[in-house]
Design a binder for this molecule. Structure first.
Ligand code: CP
Ligand code: NVA
Length: 316
């Protein structure tokens, strides 16, 4: 089975987790675990020797940039940071032309941008694998690392309850899909006007019926967090929403992850956040810096999970 999955994944784009089967995600998580062990044992492993990954950024990044650049280096290849401020793309060169040109130089392309449709256009026109490094709608790389982290901490994925409290944003969407694919129950609480799109919820619920996971969408944070094994939150104003910061602070005030709310989770709950975090807004310092929090393990796993992704997509 593993041989055929490794063949399926060669040159495959990674645009959303919708496009990946449970078996393919399981394969990537196992590979991430193996690569992490190799790294911790100090073993050199260079399956991507001579390969170049381009990294297009139209938004800021700490974790995504550094983990991809370090990851490709550790695998024997090179990363090329490409800011849209410098690329002709930023001056109006079509995405389709950019995709075709870069396909002639590179072996893989990661992009962080606003519109999911731009990532899709890039992938459609590129002959090399395209990886979504975050859009307004999805952040699948983060969720791969999150699933790896949950498995490390809890020893399982299927059967757990993951609660997401806050904005129904890119993280909420990707976590919901990842949970449904891997058989975790997923409960989300957002203010009415900030729930994920009905289309994404519907598509995810269809997956959940196949895997046996339960997807619950509510406006009540207490309801969502009840009996949760993992409690996840993210910023209330994402990149590109800076103008709405003030309004959002007010509208999300009842959605803070704090000690009081977490009394309703399982006593051994795990707290997660993709980072960067705003202490005192979506989560209190007491919780994110407390002993249930695994946010730095989660951040480290970006490196291992994305190394697995690059090996799977970019190997000959
Ligand atoms: N979690 C995450 O993607 O972080 P960066 O924005 O720093 O890349
Ligand atoms: N929702 C956040 C995630 C950052 C990693 C954003 O898009 O800004």
């Amino acid at each position: 089975m593993c041989n055929s999955i490794s063949e399926e994944l060669k040159k495959k784009d990674f645009l959303t987790l919708f496009d990946y089967s449970t078996d393919q995600i399981t394969y990537l998580l196992q590979l991430a675990k193996d690569l992490k062990s190799k790294q911790k044992a100090g073993q050199f492993y260079h399956p991507l020797k001579g390969k170049v990954l381009g990294l297009i950024f139209e938004k800021s990044s700490t974790r995504t940039r550094v983990s991809f650049e370090t990851g490709i280096y550790q695998l024997g290849g090179t990363g090329l940071f490409l800011s849209t401020n410098d690329l002709q793309l930023g001056r109006g060169e079509p995405i389709s032309d950019t995709a075709k040109v870069l396909s002639g130089y590179l072996d893989g392309l990661m992009i962080r941008t606003f519109h999911q449709s731009d990532v899709e256009a890039l992938a459609e026109n590129a002959s090399i694998p395209v990886i979504n490094g975050l859009t307004d709608d999805f952040h699948p790389c983060q969720v791969l690392a999150d699933l790896q982290t949950i498995e490390e901490v809890k020893g399982q994925l299927s059967g757990l309850k993951l609660a997401f409290i806050g904005d129904g944003n890119n993280m909420a969407n990707s976590l919901m899909i990842g949970a449904a694919k891997m058989g975790l129950d997923f409960s989300l609480a957002s203010p009415q006007d900030y729930l994920p799109s009905a289309k994404i919820i519907k598509k995810t619920k269809n997956i959940a019926t196949e895997t046996g996971s339960v997807i619950e969408i509510t406006t009540d944070p207490l309801e969502a967090v009840k009996g949760a094994d993992v409690v996840y939150t993210d910023v209330w104003a994402s990149m590109g929403q800076e103008d709405e910061q003030k309004k959002r602070l007010k509208e999300f005030s009842a959605y803070q992850v704090n000690q009081e709310l977490l009394q309703h989770a399982k006593p051994d709950y795990t707290f997660m956040h993709c980072l960067p975090a705003h202490r005192g807004e979506e989560v209190t310092a007491e919780i994110i810096d407390g002993n249930h929090s695994v946010v730095f393990q989660e951040a480290e796993n970006r490196l291992h999970a994305q190394k697995a992704l690059m090996v799977a997509l970019m190997s000959d």
